[in-house]
Design a protein around this ligand. Structure first.
Ligand code: SF4
Ligand code: SF4
Length: 179
């Protein structure tokens, strides 16, 4: 976890906490990503993953205002999401995320960045509770604060896009991963 995120978790909101408030949208994880975590940690998927339904109007609104890939993330209005304990992600510990970065959900590695629809331009998912966003004035400084560059985000985003294709196919096949 970057020092700014560490500070955010200690003093402020921290995006691995889910308040349940209306503007706090728990993002979904794709099935292939969940399978990668499951293989790495060796626990049954139902120990860390749950499923619910999300309001289709909300899905439409996010897909329109941020990126169409939210239609795939919440395909058929189904949301697979990491379980929480006391409103915190099940993988969050006092030392930060217990998952190595290479098996974390892509949204964890992307946040607070996303790509613009149909372009390789970055956008920031505006969140007044994100400490990093309160410390800088533009996207270049924000990337610097996290110690990453534009290509890191683009590569992560395209890896997510690949997983989302598999996610949609998996759901269309009628299979499920949570018993
Ligand atoms: S998987 Fe890790 S980085 Fe992602 S929400 Fe959970 S604790 Fe945070
Ligand atoms: S990305 Fe922003 S909201 Fe999330 S922990 Fe870091 S500073 Fe806080």
């Amino acid at each position: 976890m970057s020092y700014i995120c560490q500070e955010c978790h200690e003093t402020k909101y921290g995006c691995c906490n889910f308040t349940g408030e209306p503007n706090s949208i728990e993002i979904g994880i794709s099935i292939p990503e969940a399978i990668i975590i499951q293989k790495a940690i060796g626990l049954p998927i139902s120990d860390f993953l749950e499923r619910d339904m999300i309001n289709p109007l909300l899905v439409d609104s996010i897909a329109r205002s941020i990126h169409p890939n939210f239609k795939q993330i919440f395909y058929k209005n189904i949301r697979y999401k990491l379980k929480t304990v006391d409103n915190k992600c099940i993988f969050l510990t006092d030392q930060g995320c217990q998952l190595p970065r290479n098996i974390r959900p892509h949204y964890c590695n992307l946040y607070p960045f996303w790509l613009m629809p149909d372009e390789d331009r970055l956008q920031v998912l505006i969140n007044p509770d994100c400490l990093a966003q309160t410390r800088v004035i533009n996207i270049v400084e924000l990337l610097k604060l996290f110690g990453i560059n534009r290509n890191d985000i683009i590569n992560e985003f395209y890896a997510l896009q690949d997983k989302l294709k598999e996610h949609v196919e998996f759901i269309d096949s009628g299979k499920d991963i949570i018993q």
